[in-house]
Design a binder for this molecule. Structure first.
Ligand code: MG
Length: 397
């Protein structure tokens, strides 16, 4: 059976007060949307994941959306319009479609499987939880406000279920629901439109962990969920994996160039030769981060044949790589670098260099160490013909 997923990530949901849409906030160091997409990619049943996203994400998708089995399309005005756009982008052979909120990153393989099976069997099925609180039906308030109203009656709790996602449909059922929406019907979820289209919707057992992250408090709960290793789902990486990366670089010392180390220009009669500002220290740290995250090397990302990087500030390139690593869920914990140079003495500049590197990596000063060594007059570095740097970084995933 061919199963595809539409992930509704079109909302701008800035309720959390963050400068980015809520689905791009980090939980346990990884964007919420990335966690959600990867939860579905971990299921072998899922052939295609269609992410319905804000326009800026469609024109420049993050790396985790530029992978096989994932496509990105632009969202619409309302959620139902976004899902309709996603529906239009489904592979032709899709038989069962799951619709899922981007803000529910803790959907697990068993829940996905239950929803697919029930949707295939009955045509429409949604994950839902029985109400655990007593449910009150309130009379309409005078001012329309939510509070200060009176209870009209108490609903029988056994009959109350709270809808989650995924919501699963045979393709023709979702098509009918969407057609109703396009004809003017409104629904806060796809099941509501399917009900209006005359289909019976079956309930499958949801999951208490499958929370929708909409408030700052939800973010706290989400962090607690990823911090519990026993709660990690099969197919996901451990929440607190550590990775180490090493970097090495060497540049020749020549006349007529400035000497830039860690973004700090150091007065000296010679400087480092190179296509960019030849900041050998920034290059080694950049390569260490790329190495730890297994994202290639500096030459791949900033080739010296590309005129964009001619004369570039290597500290800017370091910031770019740290951002890239962060998007992939890696946080730099600390940096330790050793500069091998016969001259000049770096002691007077060490504080400034450490500060610049720490700022570039959003790290506290005491998480960055820069040491200096001479090479005892041996080899090219010892003769003062070149400067080399060894660096290691620790990354947390
Ligand atoms: Mg270099």
């Amino acid at each position: 059976m061919h199963v595809s997923v539409i992930i509704a990530a079109g909302g701008r949901g800035r309720r959390l007060g963050a400068p980015v849409p809520k689905q791009l906030l980090l939980v346990g160091g990884r964007p919420i949307l990335q966690r959600t997409v990867e939860a579905f990619l971990a299921s072998e049943r899922v052939e295609q994941v269609v992410v319905v996203a804000p326009p800026e994400l469609v024109t420049d998708p993050p790396r985790y959306l530029r992978v096989p089995r994932v496509s990105v399309v632009a969202g619409g005005e309302r959620r139902q319009d976004s899902v309709a756009n996603g529906f239009d982008a489904l592979p032709a052979d899709t038989e069962v479609v799951l619709v899922h909120d981007a803000a529910r990153p803790f959907v697990d393989a068993a829940l996905i499987e239950r929803t697919i099976a029930a949707a295939a069997e009955t045509g429409a099925a949604i994950a839902a939880l029985p109400a655990s609180d007593t449910v009150k039906h309130a009379a309409a308030g005078d001012d329309g406000g939510a509070m200060g109203r009176f209870v009209e009656r108490t609903l029988p709790r056994e009959a109350i279920f709270l809808a989650q996602t995924p919501q699963g449909f045979r393709r023709e059922v979702l098509r009918a629901a969407i057609a109703l929406g396009r004809a003017g019907a409104e629904g806060t979820d796809e099941a509501a439109l399917a009900e209006k289209a005359g289909h019976r919707v079956r309930l499958v057992e949801g999951s208490r962990r499958n929370i929708k992250i909409t408030t700052a408090d939800d973010l706290v709960v989400a962090e607690a969920i990823v911090d519990r290793p026993e709660e990690n789902q099969p197919g996901r990486r451990p929440a607190c994996a550590l990775r180490v990366g090493s970097g090495y670089d060497l540049h020749r010392l020549v006349e007529g160039r400035p000497l830039v180390l860690g973004g700090v220009t150091i007065p000296f009669e010679r400087g480092l030769a190179g296509h960019s500002d030849a900041d050998v220290l920034a290059h080694a740290v950049t390569d260490a981060i790329l190495g730890g995250a297994a994202l290639g090397d500096i030459g791949q990302h900033f080739p010296d044949t590309d005129p964009r990087w001619k004369g570039a500030s290597s500290l800017d390139l370091l910031v770019r790589v740290a951002t890239l690593a962060r998007e992939r869920g890696f946080r730099v914990v600390n940096v330790d670098a050793t500069v091998v140079a016969e001259r000049p003495k770096l002691g007077p500049y060490r504080d400034a260099i450490t500060t610049r590197l720490a700022e570039a990596l959003c790290l506290p000063r005491d998480a960055v160490s820069v040491k200096a060594k001479t090479n005892e007059g041996v080899d090219a570095t010892g003769r003062g013909e070149a400067m080399a740097v060894h660096a290691v970084v620790l990354l947390q995933q």
